[in-house]
Ligand binder design. Structure first.
Ligand code: ATP
Length: 400
């Protein structure tokens, strides 16, 4: 067993050594809170995204996908409350180091780094601002999204008008989010640019309780049963009212026991009809839904599970990191669940480059169905073949 207080350093070293994660723009000294993903890192990230999508969208008939833009108009963030409320209290060191701190993370009046005095707390908005078009003035200001959720709300009407979905249903999205965190850190646990995976599940008004509990349990089950994360290092944390986000009636975090303490892996929030209501008011568009079963018009309430790929990534690596000794040689290993292993597709690519015409893959299904996958270099098509019929099939393919 690797001592828990050493695991983070070892994982950071491993990710660099083996090409999972590099500091962004490292040859220029890096940029705090930004990371790049190397060859193996990309494979793991893709596997995480694919598994989430498979379980949240593809295996369900009540959830559809959406991709909205990373840049959205100021009006969206004014209406959603992010311009006013998506803020953290900031305190700056007036002593030697001049470091900035999140006020809720320093205790006392002294700078944790150099012991210098701290200024009074002021509010700092975490959204990155930029401009659209040639003029850099107030009218052309826009924001990079700090969450994907607003895309689901502003496109809500489009989705219900163009599909046959009926409440309850969900809209899921994966994509970049940006937060100008005051204190990024703990490796990729808290970064400034990250991949979010969010799902807004729309239910009838005030029918939020059962859905909230369903999604809490469903998401916990995904971590233990699908990703194979050690259940004893996972727990629920119910937020007290004072620490709720401005849009939330109740929020439960799924926490993981990181080497630096328990921390939020995923949040499940009960957003009520807050977002649809504020967008309806601000945009002057009717965002109500006509329920064909009750003939009532209403704004649905929303339950939202939200997590970043980065937090799952670091959790998986910390949970899987191990060292042992084989034949008197020390060995480092990642005991990753088979589902999150490297993508086989990458190995096919290497075979393509050296000209292998067909690849035969034995996978976990083979144990049950006694069949393998044959994959063709030129078309990249794949087919399944019983092992007993494989020789004849390959003879046939190579003789034509
Ligand atoms: P905190 O209070 O720790 O800043 P938050 O409660 O504002 O976080 P949420 O808005 O609930 O975070 O974010 C939803 C999910 O997005 C989190 O559960 C986490 O998985 C992920 N996430 C949020 N901020 C970051 C970040 N800076 N880096 C990586 N992942 C993040």
């Amino acid at each position: 067993m690797v001592p828990r207080d050493q695991v983070m350093d070892k994982v950071v070293a491993l990710t660099k050594r083996r090409g999972f994660i590099y500091p962004s723009s490292e040859i220029y000294g890096g940029l705090s809170g930004f990371y790049d993903y190397g060859p193996y890192g990309v494979s793991v990230k893709r596997a995480i995204r694919d598994l989430w999508w498979r379980h949240m969208v593809e295996l369900r008939d009540d959830v559809v996908g959406l991709e909205s833009t990373l840049i959205m108009p100021t009006a969206v963030w004014e209406a959603s409350g992010h311009l006013t409320n998506f803020v953290d209290p900031l305190r700056q060191c007036l002593g030697d180091c001049k470091k900035r701190w999140r006020a809720d993370q320093v205790f006392g009046e002294k700078c944790p780094e150099c012991g210098g005095p701290l200024d009074d707390a002021r509010m700092f908005n975490l959204m990155f601002r930029t401009y659209v078009g040639a003029l850099e003035d107030r009218a052309s200001e826009v924001y990079l999204r700090p969450e994907t959720a607003q895309g689901m709300f502003v496109d809500f009407k489009n989705v219900i008008n163009s599909t046959r979905l009926r409440v309850p249903f969900g809209i899921a999205q994966q994509g970049r989010g940006f937060r100008n965190e005051i204190t990024p850190g703990n490796f990729v646990f808290r970064v400034r640019e990250f991949d979010l995976m969010e799902m807004e599940y729309f239910v009838r008004p005030r029918e939020d309780e059962s859905s909230f509990h369903y999604w809490r349990n469903e998401r916990m089950r995904w971590y233990t049963d699908v990703l194979g994360i050690n259940a004893s290092r996972l727990r629920f944390y119910d937020h007290p009212k004072v620490s709720l986000s401005h849009y939330s009636k109740q929020t439960t975090d799924i926490e993981y026991e990181f080497p630096f303490g328990w921390g939020e892996l995923e949040g499940i929030a009960d957003r009520t009809d807050y977002d649809l209501a504020v967008h309806q008011e601000r945009s002057k568009q009717d965002l109500t839904y006509l329920d064909p079963e009750t003939n009532e018009r209403y704004l649905p309430w929303v339950i939202e599970p939200a997590v970043s790929v980065e937090r799952i990534f670091i959790t998986l690596l910390l949970d899987a990191y191990d060292e042992d000794v084989v034949n008197n040689e020390p060995r480092v290993l990642l005991r990753l669940h088979p589902k999150t292993g490297g993508h086989i597709g990458r190995r096919y690519r290497r075979q393509d480059e050296i000209g292998t015409p067909f690849c035969v893959t034995v996978d976990f299904d083979t144990l049950n169905d006694r069949a393998v996958t044959i994959r063709y270099r030129d078309s990249t098509e794949q087919e399944r073949s019983l092992i007993t019929e494989l020789r004849a099939r390959l003879d046939n393919l190579t003789s034509t």
